[in-house]
Structure formats: structure tokens, C-alpha cells
Design a protein around this ligand. Sequence first.
Ligand code: SF4
Length: 414
Amino acid sequence: MSRTNVPIATRRKSRQIMVGNVAVGGDAPVTVQSMTTTKTADVEGTLAQIYALAGAGADIVRCTCNEPEAAEGLARIVPRSPLPLVADIHFHHEMALAALEAGVACLRLNPGNLRKPEEIRLVASEARDRGVPIRIGVNAGSLHPEIYRRHGGATPEALVESALRELDYFAEVGFEDVKISVKASNVALMISSYRLLAEAVDHPLHLGVTEAGPPPGGLVKATAGIAALLAEGIGDTIRYSLTADPVEEARAGRQLLEALGLRERKGLDLIACPSCGRAEIDVIAVANAAQQALQKMDLPIQVAVMGCVVNGPGEAREADLGIAAGKHRGHLFIRGKIVRVVPEADMVQALVTEAEKIMEEGVEARLAAAEQGAEEAAAADRAELMSSKRPDVNASEQRITSIRRRLDTGPAGP
Ligand code: SF4
């Protein structure tokens, strides 16, 4: 329901591939990925997590395929999964072949630990014959040892060379249905590597800061890297690698894309003022209560919680709906216009009720249904707050007299 739509960047032109029924690259929306943490052999547990990830905003899900039982699990998960599946492959090319046999929509190969050219070509040929794309997943922490040595470490050039070498092996068997990632846990290295890669190829890019760690630090690092690149138009699909429930990864990815205007809002966007000396309520407590109450409803709506009636409605006039706290009363507003004044204790419930009505009836209808006299009652509250005086600990009048004397301006005070 957001009304301001400023494009964040001109998107880098990339070719498009299909991961199952999800387009990646070209003019397709930037997609969100995450990875299951269950044993892939645990079919029911893995499916439950995939459904949770779909609900949190993931478009594509990756599962490890590290053992024969995992490949068999994938064969059972694929037909029941709501999202296309990517099989994550390290070390063993035969697990890539088994995952293809299981019917996955994409493979991820790590060139750092799956190094034999003949095995890489074999996997690429089989993927080509089945029409299945591959992500070349270069990782600074597991770079090909020879490339690492030659570059004197995991440099952007080293990461990109690893990706290009893999592309060459694929090209030898006529396979180019590829997306690429060059992840690092160091944000500056990650950003530089993707910039370099974006210049070198036109394949879609999968962005991520690897091993970002637990929130909130992990969220900050991942957002710094991914958002910096998206703001340059680089990136076609993203993954937050958090040490947390993967649902948090999917939610963060989705929220980032919505915040950058790269995806339509799917869920709640709660904005709240940081609070200051003017606040008439505990903004943090009310914002948390509103978040809890509204999040359950999963409405694509922006809601504001503001600490004071003097600045709140104006500062949050872009929000679909909001509440600003006055002295013991809350001013409920829609797009900056006061529609009702409610007792302080009812503020959160008033938001919930109005959010439901906005979703049912639309913003214009709810603006038209504004309570008679609400604006006047709110104006009276504001005026009272503005005029309320506290003890003059600064001895203001005496000071003003001194200022006027010093500047020789106007009457010398009362
Ligand atoms: S809305 Fe009011 S309380 Fe909140 S930061 Fe702005 S001035 Fe302070």
C-alpha cells in the first residue's frame, strides 16, 4: 500500500534463468532464498520448514544433498514442496547426479571443493540434458587452493577467477544455464568481488554475506553487503546467511527487498518514532504491542506508532494508518488525517480494528468514515500540550531581558 515509489537503481542487465517456475535475472523481481537446517532425509521435518520459509517470504529453498539418504529425501520432497528446490553440493559430484535424479530445480556447486574438471563437466552435461540450472557458489572460505595461493589470499580477483574457470568447464559441454555467487564473510571483500564479477559476466547473481553470524550483528553485516549492491543495481536473488532459524533469513530478505522498493509489500511494515523528550507514552512498549497484534494478521499495510501528537501525525503522514499519543489519549490517523481520538488504554486495539477495516473497505472509505469532531478534539489536545508550562528553571525572562540589553533591541523586558 506504499504510495512513494522511487526506483533504487537502474538494474544491471543479466540473462534470465528459470529455477523451477521462478525466474531469476533479466527483468524478474529480485528473489529471496533460504536454506533448510533439517536433515534432508527427514522428509516431513524438511517439508514443514520449507512451508514455514514460503510463509515468511522465500521464493526458492536450498537443501543439503550430502549423503544418499538426503538424495532419496529430495526425491520425496520435490513433488510436495511449495517452492523450487536447490540441492547444495560439496565435495561429491555423485551427490549432484543423485540430486538431478531426485528432480531438483537447481544445483549449487562449490568450485573450491569439487575440483576435478571431468566430474564438473559430467555434472554440467547431465544438468544441460535435464534443463536444470546450476549456481556456481564460490566462497572465500573454501577457495580453490591453487587460486588462493596464486592470488596470495581470497581477493576479489581470486573469487572471480574461480567462478570464471567453472564457467569455462561448463562452456566446454555447451552449458550456460548458470547463476553465480562470490560470497565472503568480510563485507568489503564481498562487495568488491560482486562488483568485479558484475563487470565480467552477464549471468544472474546470487548475493550473500556468508557466515554473517547471529542477529543482530549478522543482520547488519548481511544487510550492509546485500543492500549496497542492490543499490547499485547488482543482484538478482539474495540470501541472508544467519546463525538463526532460517525463517528469520527469509523474513529479513523479504523485508530488505520491500524496504528498497524491489518487491511489493507482502506483510506489515511497522514504523515507529525513536521517541524523545516530547513522548507522552512508552513508545517502545506500545510499538512492540502493536507489532505483536498486527503481525499475526499479516496485512500488507504500513502502520505508524508515534510518541506525541504534536509531530507524530505529520511526520508519519505517508503511513496508511497510525496512532500518536497525547495526554492520556491517542490520535488515530489515516495518511496523516485524524479520524478518531481514543483513550490511551485502547490505542493498540484501535489500530488493529482500523487496520482490519482498511483492508476490507479501503483507505478512501475509512477516511470518509472519520469521526465528526476528531480533528477539532485533536487540535485541542495539541494546543493544550503546546501551552502547558513547566517550572522555568532557566529563568528565561531574566535572560531575555539581558539579551535585549546586550543587543540593544526592543524594550528591556517586562
Ligand atoms: S513523534 Fe514526537 S515523541 Fe516521537 S520522536 Fe517525534 S517529536 Fe519525539
